[in-house]
Ligand binder design. Structure first.
Ligand code: ZN
Length: 201
């Protein structure tokens, strides 16, 4: 038996027969044990990851109205998002996460779950006390915002481009609940209605 290189599609009889057989068999339904072609483990991993990323994105884009606070301040699913909070301590990552997702102890959220009578901001009393209000709009916090975020007022879109460290630096100086280790340590008591009145102004 010999092994020879031959030019393709050049009229070499044996090669032409092989080409025809290949063409004919490619349109036939495969018969035999699956998988008919070997697939590398790396390709399978890539496909699964892509599928998961797409599912994650679809779920993010389909969030209901009660979760739109997070969409307002977070740009979307990110492969590096989980590693950033891990570089902060437990209190910092909890405060930042609660601020950016809207699941916090600011008045609007407390009002939604029936734990406070008014959703209005305890600083300016002009708008609902939401994360976006604190980070972007509250007139009582313009100086802090200018010092720590570089601007008196921001658009929620701007928050998406800020580093988490900068958001932490501002939030811990607002004096709002949840921004100190001591208050977070007593959050179970803090969330009971009779303690709501003890929220720091
Ligand atoms: Zn305000």
């Amino acid at each position: 038996m010999g092994l020879y290189w031959v030019p393709g599609h050049a009229g070499v009889k044996g090669n032409e027969i092989i080409n025809k057989l290949t063409r004919d068999s490619s349109i036939e339904k495969f018969v035999g044990p699956e998988l008919s072609l070997g697939v590398s483990r790396q390709n399978i991993r890539k496909k699964i990851k892509r599928w998961m990323d797409n599912q994650h994105l679809a779920r993010w884009q389909g969030l209901k109205s009660t979760q739109t606070q997070a969409q307002e301040l977070i740009s979307g699913p990110s492969t590096t998002a989980k590693t950033k909070p891990l570089s902060f301590n437990k209190t910092q990552s909890r405060v930042i996460t609660s601020l950016l997702t809207g699941h916090n102890i600011l008045r609007r959220h407390l009002h939604l779950i029936g734990l406070t009578n008014s959703p209005l901001c305890r600083r300016c009393e002009a708008e609902d006390e939401t994360s976006a209000h604190i980070l972007c709009e509250c007139e009582a916090l313009v100086s802090l915002r200018h010092v720590y975020l570089g601007s008196f007022f921001l658009d929620p879109v701007d928050i998406k481009n800020l580093s988490l460290g900068v958001i932490w630096n501002l939030s811990k100086r607002t004096g709002l609940p949840g921004t100190s280790i001591r208050l977070w340590g007593t959050k179970v008591l803090f969330l009971r209605p009779k303690y709501i009145g003890t929220v720091r102004a």
